[in-house]
Design a protein around this ligand. Structure first.
Ligand code: NI
Length: 627
């Protein structure tokens, strides 16, 4: 059976794509494969697709020749069995690969200068953990044109111990990742390693586990209410398709809602498209800490394999992720994406007390999620779909704080354990939301609430109203949040009206958000130019997918949204992509140590005039329990 054009690559398609590139482009053992993924067909092709009709399956690959340091992009037609495009990308460093980092750690440990720096500190080499990081780009001439990693070092007290608790602050090997040679060791002097291992793992706590937790079991005796076909999901009135890329992880496609017998489109494609975590400590061993977890690493590549009953509770269905290691070998992450339903309290309620009639409906939500581990931190990425047409996106943040040894300054962090300074930082998430509200051509409005001045029409001063302003071009659509003005943005289709004559729409309601605290002239602000605004809107373009540009690793900056929007293209009644940037502000607490209880950040998409009335009147009442 022909696969839908947006089905992720299968294992055999990945194997074929890698083999074809190897054969046809003479790709040998000295090459790495930073990316092997589905080349998504053009949107028009997908929208015109009919089940069973023909559609080429293509793979997109990024390749790195370690011998020359050259990077290439390839597109492979799996139907034609041909490499149909092969492009050399000058001055580009593709993303860092997990097994590349293992080779990097081994190279550091084998380096005699590193060994003597460890010995001078009175540490044993086999206790030392080397954690390679992206080096960034600060304009240093000696780093240009090289593929580099900058490694943070830690001590593991016992073979089972936490090590992020015990930083060897100020010992920073810098490694050429093409040759796997240590170029230099930055050594800012011996700072004592913090004394406590900060254990959190179960083997250290099992004698102290609380004893009063009784079982809580979710049972769905008739199974879940959703249906799955390949990567197509139907639940209640919702329909969507999912994908999984090494860079973004979970991707939503063609999200629609069945309303009065027809499927109405809402989003063509939605994903978190970039992430950056700038740390706030300016000292020499810390100023480079600002990870692009998507563009430099890939949250799909680092996705966890999930466990039923632990990561997710209920009647779970999982999707595997077909990925590759850096040598192009298939590496399947089993149970990468979790799909399940949750009870979410009361959906709506009213008591007609004159008649003593209570109408209450329980809310059920569909949850699509995955978790990723990026060095010390864990992120859970959650999409929620509700019966009233609401879509919610939530990032869950946990794992271990990035902590330094407390030298002479603790100003840029918090003392979280003896001699442990957890650094101030911010997590910024950039969403790419390709809205197609009842069709491709949409408009975006900003809605602010305005207090009416006191006057003849507002004599008692209580008047206020909502004012919608069309964001008609890219420059006009670069906007900050304004929680005090109740600001939201809505995407409408002026061609389609509801029964009240209003254009159908969806609004984006900001949640947790903040401004970036790095200076506008800071190198990280140039590299993550999308931080300049919370909202950006662009006309759809198939090559504009990543807000800091396609290759942020070691990139000097200026690519992505700031570059694309210089043309100030028209956004009025065209196929728009809305980009929403939200930040989670993190001044560490002692309670975040040694492992962080979950923090939450996100936003909500709500129908606004999309439906004629509350679309959840047809949710049946629950059966009362009689004991
Ligand atoms: Ni944090």
């Amino acid at each position: 059976m022909a696969l839908h054009p947006l089905e992720p690559l299968t294992i055999s398609e990945v194997e074929t794509a890698v083999a074809l590139v190897r054969q046809q482009k003479d790709v040998g053992d000295g090459w790495r494969f930073p990316v092997v993924t589905l080349k998504e067909p053009h949107k028009n092709t997908v929208l015109a697709y009919q089940p069973g009709s023909w559609c080429d399956r293509q793979a997109f690959l990024v390749l790195l020749d370690n011998h020359t340091g050259n990077t290439y992009e390839a597109v492979v037609s799996l139907i034609q069995q041909q490499v149909i495009s092969w492009t050399h990308l000058p001055d580009i460093q593709p993303n860092i690969m997990a097994d590349e980092l293992e080779d990097c750690e081994a190279a550091v440990r084998a380096n005699p200068d590193f060994q003597s720096a460890v010995a001078r500190r009175g540490l044993e080499l086999d206790q030392v953990v080397v954690d390679p990081w992206a080096i960034g780009n600060f304009g240093f001439a000696e780093e240009a044109g090289q593929r580099l990693s900058r490694c943070l070092c830690y001590v593991r007290t016992t073979p089972e111990s936490n090590f992020y608790s015990r930083a060897i602050d100020g010992l920073v090997p810098v490694v050429d990742l093409n040759t796997m040679t240590v170029l230099r060791i930055e050594d800012v002097g011996d700072v004592p390693v913090p004394p406590e291992p900060g254990e959190y793992a179960q083997q250290f706590w099992q004698d102290q586990f609380r004893q009063d937790l009784k079982p809580l079991t979710i049972t769905q005796p008739d199974g879940p209410s959703f249906e799955i076909e390949g990567h197509q999901i139907r639940w209640q009135r919702w329909q969507m398709r999912i994908g999984f890329t090494p860079r973004e992880g979970l991707v939503l496609y063609q999200v629609g809602y069945e309303d009065q017998g027809r499927l109405r489109s809402i989003l063509y494609r939605a994903s978190m498209a970039e992430m950056v975590v700038p740390y706030g400590d300016p000292r020499p061993q810390h100023f480079r800490k600002n990870a692009f977890d998507l563009g430099e690493h890939g949250v799909g590549m680092l996705a966890n394999s999930l466990t039923n009953g632990c990561d997710c509770l209920g009647d779970i269905r999982y999707f595997d992720a077909v990925l590759t290691d850096s040598r192009g070998e298939v590496a399947v992450t089993q149970n990468a994406v979790c799909l399940h339903e949750e009870d979410f309290g009361v959906l709506w309620k009213h008591t007609d007390w004159r008649r003593d009639q209570v109408d209450v409906r329980r809310s059920r939500r569909l949850v699509l999620s995955f978790f990723t581990t990026v060095d010390n931190y864990e992120y859970g990425f959650y999409w929620y779909f509700y019966q009233d047409g609401t879509i919610q996106y939530e990032v869950k943040l946990t794992g271990i704080l990035l902590a330094a040894a407390l030298a002479d300054q603790g100003k840029y962090g918090t003392l979280v354990a003896p001699e442990v300074n957890a650094l101030n930082h911010q997590h910024f998430f950039a969403m790419r939301l390709d809205f197609d509200v009842d069709g491709c051509d949409n408009q975006v409005y900003e809605v602010n609430s305005v207090a009416e001045p006191i006057g003849p029409e507002n004599p008692y001063g209580n008047g206020w109203y909502a004012e919608a302003t069309l964001l008609g071009t890219e420059q006009a659509a670069q906007r900050p949040i304004d929680p005090l003005g109740g600001r939201y943005w809505k995407v409408v289709n002026p061609q389609v009206l509801n029964r009240l004559g209003q254009p159908v729409g969806f609004k984006l309601m900001p949640g947790d958000n903040v401004r970036p605290f790095a200076h506008p002239d800071a190198p990280i602000r140039k590299r993550a130019g999308f931080l300049d605004h919370h909202l950006w809107v662009t006309p759809y373009h198939p090559d504009e997918n990543f807000p800091a540009g396609p290759y942020p690793n070691q990139h000097p900056g200026g690519d992505g949204l700031p570059k694309w929007t210089q043309g100030d293209r028209n956004l009025d009644n065209t196929d728009i992509v809305l980009w929403y940037v939200f930040g989670h502000h993190h001044i560490p607490r002692p309670e975040d140590w040694p492992v962080m209880p979950m923090a939450y950040s996100g936003f909500t998409l709500k129908p606004v005039g999309f439906f004629d009335q509350n679309p959840a009147l047809d949710v049946p009442p629950s059966v009362p329990k009689c004991h």
